[in-house]
Design a protein around this ligand. Structure first.
Ligand code: CAA
Length: 258
């Protein structure tokens, strides 16, 4: 399937997806979200890919769900269609790590998709916000849940109730963003982080990701029990033998994802 609203390429072992609907600041319409889900699945299925980067343009990562497409929906059509489910969940459900490289606007659904990535790297131009309240609705793709977990209640509540945007500096300070990178270097740096991750043992990476995600879903005691079981399970991999032998032999480990 040829894509019309995104571009997709592979750089080394990193799958790079670029949202590409410039006329609408990458607003997330049904077609774009469908193409994004397909691209994510292809990289999930590709054994040569160890991590993904999701980015937009310099002006907008994505300015939210497509308001023009949503404007005429009614309660029954929205509810029955369940339009903020399925493809919208593809990024959050990916088992391989996804890094968001955010420049410009990441608003509404755009902010929510960024927050469903595992790491957010931002350029100094990034603006994060959940302005759905200004449209008479609320965030519908995880914003009220993920923003609170990322930045705490006071900041999340202010942003969600008033529609205030956060700039890159504030987002980094608040813990939403991992690092700020100059705009011109952002995607290259995100790919570099992706390459670094892709060099690791894929089973260890996937399980580490799933342990961190578990921290948002469970108690500390249950999370620790889960982590310990996963830790022991990795001793069943060849990569554990290779990683520890390489350390002892003072050489670079060559992981084979098994
Ligand atoms: N949906 C549809 N079209 C959008 C859009 C969106 N979310 N955001 C921008 N566009 C379109 C504009 O309509 C405009 O198209 P036309 O040229 O055909 O008029 C084009 O993109 C350029 O946008 P602007 O002229 O508005 O650009 P600007 O630089 O003046 O402003 C902006 C930029 C502040 C991001 C402004 O476009 C804006 O406020 N966009 C909407 C942001 C928003 O409310 N997002 C939340 C959507 S709801 C949601 O996401 C629900 C959910 O939880 C899943």
């Amino acid at each position: 399937m040829a894509f019309e609203t995104i571009t997709v390429e592979t750089r080394g072992h990193v799958g790079l997806i670029t949202l590409d609907r410039p006329e609408a600041l990458n607003a997330l319409n049904k077609q774009l979200v469908g193409e994004l889900a397909t691209a994510i699945q292809r990289f999930e299925d590709d054994p040569a890919v160890g991590a993904m980067v999701l980015t937009g343009s310099e002006k907008a990562f994505a300015a939210g769900a497509d308001i023009k497409e949503m404007a005429e929906k009614t309660y029954p059509t929205a509810m029955i269609e369940d339009f903020i489910a399925h493809d919208w969940e593809a990024v959050g459900k990916a088992r391989k790590p996804v890094i968001a490289a955010v420049s410009g606007y990441a608003l509404g659904g755009g902010c929510e998709i960024a927050m469903s990535c595992d790491i957010i790297l931002a350029s100094e131009t990034a603006r994060f916000g959940l302005p759905e309240i200004t449209l008479g609705v609320i965030p519908g793709a995880g914003g009220t849940q993920r923003l609170v977990r990322a930045v705490g209640k006071a900041k999340a509540m202010e942003m969600i109730l008033s529609g205030r945007f956060m700039n890159a500096e504030e987002a980094e300070r608040a813990g939403l963003v991992s690092r700020i990178i100059p705009a011109g270097e952002l995607v290259d740096e995100a790919v570099k982080v992706g390459e670094k991750i892709a060099d690791m043992s894929l089973p260890a990476v996937m399980l580490a990701k799933s342990c961190v995600d578990r921290a948002f879903e469970t108690t500390l005691a249950e999370g620790m029990t889960f982590e310990r079981a996963v830790f022991y399970s990795l001793f069943a991999t060849e990569d554990q033998k290779e990683g520890m032998a390489a350390f002892v032999e003072k050489r670079q480990a060559r992981f084979r994802d098994r």
